[in-house]
Design a protein around this ligand. Structure first.
Ligand code: SF4
Ligand code: SF4
Length: 159
């Protein structure tokens, strides 16, 4: 994904434009879910997550009890062992991985627990969620990490 090598820089350059769009179109944005979801689909088809894995390398997803149970079952260990071996509690009181890159990220960028990965991993970068307007500002932040978030906003503000 050569074109995204400078993603933090590209995101920084577009930040003001993204935030300006939000300010101007906030009310209108509430009706734009279908369009944003279409953009999400189109962009996701073109971006190769396996050539990126930025989220798995740098962000710490929140991990909930159901995630822990599912991972424990997949690894055939007790939930308490998953907690002891892989997790810590962050400043918001959520479980997160003890360190990043994620311990389940393999050298080829595949996730070794893909079928059992945490809900937050499945949903990232959230550009297909309902009421996208509610996470618009979070998405602006995500543009520095995620090419999908960046492209979705780039195309949205061009509209
Ligand atoms: S940061 Fe975005 S593009 Fe990169 S692997 Fe994660 S979801 Fe895919
Ligand atoms: S559990 Fe899998 S999808 Fe989630 S951060 Fe780790 S490697 Fe990525």
């Amino acid at each position: 994904m050569k074109e995204y090598d400078n993603l933090p820089l590209l995101a920084e350059k577009s930040r003001a434009e993204f935030l300006q769009y939000y300010k101007k179109n906030k009310k209108h944005l509430e009706k734009l879910d279908i369009f944003v979801h279409q953009l999400h689909e189109e962009v996701s088809e073109k971006v190769d997550c396996l050539a990126c894995a930025n989220c798995c390398k740098t962000l710490g997803p929140a991990i909930y009890d159901k995630d822990i149970d599912r991972i424990a079952k997949a690894l055939r260990v007790k939930p308490s062992e998953v907690v002891a071996q892989y997790l810590k509690i962050d400043e918001d009181g959520d479980y997160v991985f003890q360190s990043m890159p994620c311990p389940f990220l393999m050298p080829d960028n595949y996730c070794s627990i893909y079928e059992h990965r945490p809900k937050a991993c499945r949903e990232y970068p959230h550009t297909d969620r309902k009421k996208f307007v509610q996470i618009y500002k979070l998405t602006v932040k995500n543009t520095a990490t995620c090419p999908i978030a960046y492209e979705v906003l780039k195309q949205l503000v061009k509209k």
